[in-house]
Design a protein around this ligand. Structure first.
Ligand SMILES: NC(=O)c1ccc[n+]([C@@H]2O[C@H](COP(=O)([O-])OP(=O)(O)OC[C@H]3O[C@@H](n4cnc5c(N)ncnc54)[C@H](OP(=O)(O)O)[C@@H]3O)[C@@H](O)[C@H]2O)c1
Length: 285
């Protein structure tokens, strides 16, 4: 595909914001979708649309060759993503790249994984080219806990289970490869970091980079949940606890080579993430 026009949903989000420059570097014309008017994305066209508003989505899709579909895992996410996929097909989009999650399965005890599986199943019978990306736990999710980590404590209900957590910059670069290289179209890629790491190892990497002692504390799910009650909405908190139970069962430790296969270079290690975000975990941040 020569200079395809790619619509990036969730353009202000963790993966979307890194995907825009990655696509630009590969010569794509980028349309960045956000619900906020007045947002600007260097090197990209801005389109204002809301997944809850099909007319705005149809207008955003008009004239696009490929789309990257990503939205927060809200209870209505599956229905909204399915609606988006139908509009993309009806609008003549040639390739849909779906951001799913490692371990997506219709019978998973983790609600997010069931919702992702529902969208995957829909996309498989849509009748257009599609590629599914299933990233594991985001290392950037640690930034949400930067305040307590900067005080020396990383707490999670995960024990000593290893997880092949991934840097979201690698998800973006893998997605850019899939969206711009016709030879990569199709299939399901499980995206992981280069090794599975325990939270003790993550704490050690953060300590070394931030220059102060950060200790991992395995906490019961109830304690973790109590600390976040009122901070996250109940559905998100309950889903997060299910996610951590899945990690603690050692179900998210496989290492896949998809990032290196797609981008031509190894996936970033937790030590790379820690070095590049050291300031966020420094004391008094
Ligand atoms: N966190 C992890 O460890 C992890 C691991 C694997 C997979 N995932 C998956 O990653 C996905 C993204 O999750 P995230 O929390 O990291 O979100 P995110 O991609 O950082 O951000 C969400 C984006 O969605 C946009 N958005 C929200 N509501 C929207 C709506 N109604 N219409 C259009 N756009 C909307 C927001 O854009 P505007 O506000 O600019 O409109 C924002 O840019 C989820 O499906 C999750 O399951 C996460």
């Amino acid at each position: 595909m020569n200079s395809p026009t790619v619509l990036v949903t969730g353009a202000t989000g963790t993966v979307g914001s890194a995907l825009i420059p990655a696509l630009r570097a590969r010569g794509a014309h980028v349309r960045a979708m956000t619900r906020s008017s007045g947002r600007a994305f260097p090197g990209a066209e801005t389109v204002v649309a809301d997944l809850q508003d099909p007319r705005s989505v149809a207008a955003a899709l008009d004239g696009t060759d490929a789309v990257f579909l990503n939205s927060p895992s809200t209870p209505e996410a599956a229905a909204l993503q399915i609606q988006f996929a139908d509009l993309a097909r009806d609008g003549g989009v040639r390739h849909l790249v779906l951001l799913s999650q490692y371990g997506a399965r219709a019978d998973s005890p983790v609600r997010f994984l069931r919702w992702h599986a529902e969208v995957e199943a829909h996309v498989h019978q849509l009748g257009i080219d599609h590629t599914v990306l299933r990233p594991n736990l985001y290392l950037q999710a640690l930034l949400g806990f930067a305040g307590t980590i900067a005080q020396g404590r990383l707490a999670a209900p995960i024990g000593d289970a290893p997880v092949s957590a991934i840097d979201t910059r690698d998800i973006a670069e893998a997605a850019a490869a899939v969206l711009t290289d016709a030879g990569r179209t199709g299939g399901t890629y499980t995206l992981t970091g280069p090794r599975a790491v325990t939270h003790q190892q993550i704490a050690r990497a953060l300590s070394a980079a931030a220059g102060h002692e950060i200790t991992f504390q395995d906490v019961p799910a109830e304690q973790f949940s109590a600390a976040l009650t009122g901070v996250l909405p109940p559905w998100q908190l309950e889903g997060l606890i299910e996610d951590y139970a899945h990690y603690a069962r050692r179900e998210a430790a496989e290492v896949h080579t998809a990032v290196a296969d797609l981008t031509g270079r190894p996936a970033r290690d937790v030590t790379d993430f820690a070095r590049d975000h050291a300031a966020a975990f420094a004391p008094n941040h």
